[in-house]
Design a protein around this ligand. Structure first.
Ligand code: CO
Length: 178
């Protein structure tokens, strides 16, 4: 495994649409392993392949199992993901590992049902709620060349950012960046 460089700012790759994955071999597995290490090291809630310069439809998200007793968290690999159902809305601040230090208010569904494939090509469906639904929508946007700043209702001011950071510190939570 290796940590890959995360593209930032105005890199043109971030604005391009990623292609469907048809080859589920070793190269994909290596990409996913590297993405997992890269995302974990950067404290992200999600990461999409184009963020590491690969224009293929692969993404990782932190999935929080709301059914489990202790809200078990795990990283889910999503290959060729599609949103097949959604409901509700949530409005909250959102960030991105590719746009460090910037947060914006983005309206997302509260609940999304995804259809995707695993690293071996096996299809599966998964329900994502709250933060996981937000991460899933954010990462699928990356696969379509959309960064959150282009769809945010507004970008947080310096003052709001200070408040957000103070609140995060209090909660002793990792930075919420996708
Ligand atoms: Co992002």
């Amino acid at each position: 495994m290796a940590i890959r460089n995360i593209l930032t700012g105005g890199d043109p790759t971030l604005g391009k649409k990623s292609r469907e994955i048809k080859d589920f071999g070793g190269r994909l597995h290596e990409l996913l392993d590297d993405m997992r290490e890269t995302m974990t090291q950067a404290n992200g809630l999600g990461l999409a392949a184009p963020q590491v310069g690969v224009l293929r439809r692969a993404a990782l998200i932190i999935h929080i199992d709301m059914e489990s007793e202790d809200y078990e968290e795990k990283i889910i690999e999503l290959i060729n993901p599609k949103i097949i159902a959604k409901s509700g809305t949530q409005e909250a601040s959102e960030g991105c590992l590719s746009i460090p230090g910037v947060y914006g208010i983005v309206c997302r569904p509260e609940l999304v049902k995804l259809k995707a494939q695993d690293r071996f090509g096996n299809p599966f469906e998964i329900m994502c709620k709250g933060v996981s639904a937000r991460a899933a929508c954010h990462e699928i946007d990356h696969l379509d060349g959309i960064v959150f700043t282009s769809i945010a209702e507004r970008i947080l001011t310096e003052e709001e950012l200070d408040m957000l950071h103070a609140e995060k510190k209090r909660q002793q939570e990792p930075e919420a960046e996708d």
